[in-house]
Design a protein around this ligand. Structure first.
Ligand SMILES: *Cc1c(COP(=O)(O)O)cnc(C)c1O
Length: 403
């Protein structure tokens, strides 16, 4: 691309391939990788100027790195945000955002349906610094309103949620946050900018676990925060001191991942919608949770704020004797042969997991019930295998239920 182009002049799929391309004098077509911890200077005076921040430029890869910066600029352009800070993992992105932007006495309102470890940050670490969190149902705006206090500084959500595909109204929650002087932070890991643009809907910050669909093939851990420069600079300040910086090697893998993100998310979503429709009403399948289905209570909202429904669906199973319990769920899971039994997602490989005894295994029984994590619930993160082979694999699971 030529000098100083405007990302608004291009579609997301073009930005994913062309934006912030790194090119050295060697003129390599593929982005080079700057696998270096430190950088050298022409003179002692230049070193001093760089360290003092009087001259822009790289100093040390805990602070900045060209490959990491290319990933940051590309993802910021795709999300429609001003600036991006890359981090070592999705949890590093979430916790660094909290530690950079919150202070003792502040209050956070969060969807109860967030990634399990995010809840650990609330209950164990934010609490330790006297930052209180109130958990609410993602899809109940009245609960969000009722939870707001004068000291509320941040509203936090993931949409669609894991594993039940509940949908949060980003536009309405952004208005609620801003009417109360708080920030709206959206974990956009499940949709990625290929399917959902929270900033355009009013969110202040978008968070990613790049480990999932941005990598797309289950190789590297990474994360990112995107938003206005004044907020992202605060997160950057924390990262360069605390050190959860992204490896340039991982940033390079993510640059490659972004190039095919749009294509993959379309294919993931198409496979998932077809499987969800195929599963609905089949013997042994008591319920299918997927926002792409017309039977989903927030299908219309999901269709409005997303351009695809994503690749995570959940089913509630019941065996031929009418038992809808953990044993039935485990029999279904063990009946499949192709899908990987693992809690990971965002991979070309389909995965199947029992949330009640894995991802949500340590959640207490009451909270599990409130969050809808029943014993007969199974989560499927749909990959890019041929959908007919995936159907056949789920049919094996149904056979294992005695049908
Ligand atoms: C996996 C995940 C995270 C945490 O990301 P890591 O890269 O594993 O630290 C955060 N949010 C969501 C929605 C996730 O799926």
């Amino acid at each position: 691309m030529s000098d100083k182009p405007d990302p608004n002049d291009f579609h997301t799929d073009t930005l994913a391939i062309r934006w912030a391309q790194l090119r050295t004098d060697e003129m390599a077509h593929s982005d080079p990788i700057f696998l270096t911890s430190s950088f050298v200077y022409d003179s002692a005076a230049q070193a001093a100027a760089r360290f003092a921040g009087d001259e822009p430029g790289n100093v040390y890869s805990r602070f900045t790195n060209p490959t990491v910066r290319a990933f940051e600029e590309r993802l910021a352009a795709m999300e429609g945000g001003e600036q991006c800070q890359a981090l070592a993992s999705g949890m590093a992105a979430i916790s660094s955002t909290f530690f950079a932007l919150l202070a003792p006495g502040d209050h956070v309102v969060s969807s109860r349906s967030v990634f399990g470890t995010t809840n650990v940050i609330y209950s164990r670490y934010l609490k330790k610094f006297n930052i209180d969190t109130t958990l609410v149902d993602l899809d109940d705006l009245d609960q969000w309103k009722a939870a707001i206090r004068p000291e509320t500084k941040m509203l936090f959500l993931e949409t669609p949620s894991n594993p039940l595909s509940e949908v949060g109204d980003i536009e309405a929650l952004a208005k609620l946050a801003h009417d109360n002087g708080a920030l709206l932070v959206v974990d956009n890991c499940f949709c990625t900018p290929a399917l959902q643009k929270p900033i355009a809907l009013g969110a202040d910050l978008v968070i990613h676990s790049a480990t999932k669909y941005i990598d797309g093939q289950g190789r590297c851990l990474g994360g990112a925060v995107v938003g206005p420069a004044e907020l992202v600079k605060e997160v950057h300040g924390f990262v360069r001191s605390a050190g959860p910086s992204l490896s340039p090697f991982n940033a390079w893998v993510f640059l490659k991942g972004l190039e095919t993100l749009g294509l993959r998310m379309k294919a993931h979503s198409a496979n998932t919608l077809e499987l969800a429709r195929w599963l609905e009403g089949r013997p042994g399948i008591a319920k299918v949770h997927y926002a792409g289905l017309e039977s989903h209570p927030q299908h219309a909202l999901a269709a409005r704020q997303q351009s695809g429904f994503g690749a995570v669906l959940a089913i509630e199973v019941e065996d031929s004797d009418g038992r809808a319990d953990r044993q039935a769920a485990w029999r279904f899971i063990d009946g499949t042969e192709l899908m990987s039994i693992t809690a990971n997602l965002g991979d070309v490989k389909s995965t199947i997991t029992h949330p009640g005894s894995t991802t949500h295994g340590r959640v207490d029984a009451d909270e599990k019930k409130r969050a809808g994590i029943t014993d007969n619930l199974i989560r499927i993160a749909v990959g890019l295998e041929d959908v007919d082979d995936l159907k056949q694999d789920l049919a094996r699971g149904i056979t294992a239920l005695g049908f």
